[in-house]
Design a protein around this ligand. Structure first.
Ligand SMILES: O=C(O)COP(=O)(O)O
Ligand SMILES: [Mg+2]
Length: 227
C-alpha cells in the first residue's frame, strides 16, 4: 500500500513558470492513500486545488494556521497579533507590495504574506517586536505566529485521517516545509529547494519542481508495490 502524502504546492507541485502541470493532477487523483496539500497559501487555494484535482479536501494552509481534513476545521496562531504587526509595518511606510486587488491576503485568516519586493528589514523588525515568525518561502515573505507550522498542523490532520505523522511521505522546497519534514517518516526536498529545506530533508532530489516531485513519488509507489 502506498503511504499518505504531505505535499507543498509552490516550487513542489508547480513548474518553474508557477503553473500546475496536468501530470501532477493525474498523480494526485490516482494516489491510493490520503494526499494532504500543505501550503503557505491562503486557505481557498489548496481547497480549490483539491476540488479541481478530484481529491478530498485535506489541506494545511497558511503555514499551519488553518487545517481541514474530512470536515474537521482547525485554526492555530494569533491573527490579531498579526493584524497589529501589519498596522505597525504600514504606519512606518511599509507596503505589502501586491499591486491592485490583494488576492494573496484577501481570504487569509491567520497570517499575512508580503511580496518579496516588500521591505524585508522592516518586516523582520516588526516580526521581532510582535513576537512573530518571519518566513521566506522563495515566493513570499510571511509573518505568522511562531507556534503555528505546517508540521504541527499535519500532526492533527494525520490523527483525523487515522495515521501517524511518521507514516507520511513529504515533498517540499522551502523553509516553511522543514517542520513537515521533521514530523513525517520520509522527506524529499526538490532540487530547487532552499538550504533550510535541503538540510531538513532525508533526501535531496536531482530534479527540481514538479518533475522532481513526480519522479520521487513514482519511486515511492513502485517501492511500496514491491513490498
Ligand atoms: O505561499 C507561499 O509563499 C508558498 O507556498 P507553498 O508553501 O505552497 O510553497
Ligand atoms: Mg513551496
Amino acid at each position: 500500500m502506498v503511504p499518505p502524502l504531505a505535499l507543498d504546492i509552490d516550487g513542489t507541485l508547480t513548474t518553474p513558470e508557477h503553473t500546475i502541470a496536468p501530470r501532477a493532477f493525474s498523480l494526485l487523483a490516482s494516489w491510493e492513500a490520503p494526499v494532504v496539500l500543505a501550503t503557505g497559501k491562503a486557505f481557498p487555494y489548496p481547497v480549490a486545488l483539491c476540488q479541481f484535482a478530484g481529491i478530498p479536501e485535506r489541506v494545511v494552509a497558511e503555514n499551519g494556521g488553518v487545517a481541514l481534513a474530512d470536515g474537521d476545521l482547525a485554526y492555530a496562531g494569533d491573527p490579531e497579533r498579526v493584524d497589529a504587526a501589519v498596522d505597525a509595518f504600514e504606519s512606518r511606510g511599509g507596503d505589502l507590495g501586491w499591486e491592485g486587488v490583494d488576492t494573496v491576503n484577501r481570504w487569509r485568516e491567520t497570517e499575512v504574506a508580503a511580496s518579496r519586493t516588500a521591505d524585508e528589514a522592516l518586516l523582520r523588525e516588526v516580526a521581532a517586536e510582535f513576537d512573530l515568525a518571519f518566513v521566506d518561502t522563495g515566493y513570499a515573505y510571511h509573518l505568522k505566529s511562531a507556534d503555528a507550522s505546517k508540521g504541527e498542523a499535519l500532526v492533527g490532520v494525520a490523527e483525523i485521517l487515522g495515521y501517524g505523522p511518521e507514516e507520511f511521505v513529504a515533498v517540499g522546497d522551502s523553509e516553511n516545509d522543514a517542520s513537515t519534514f521533521e514530523v513525517v517518516g520520509e522527506s524529499y526536498a526538490v532540487a530547487n529547494a532552499d538550504e533550510t529545506a535541503k538540510r531538513a530533508a532525508d533526501h535531496v532530489l536531482e530534479r527540481g519542481y514538479v518533475d522532481g516531485t513526480l519522479e520521487a513519488l513514482r519511486a515511492v509507489r513502485d517501492r511500496s508495490q514491491n513490498e
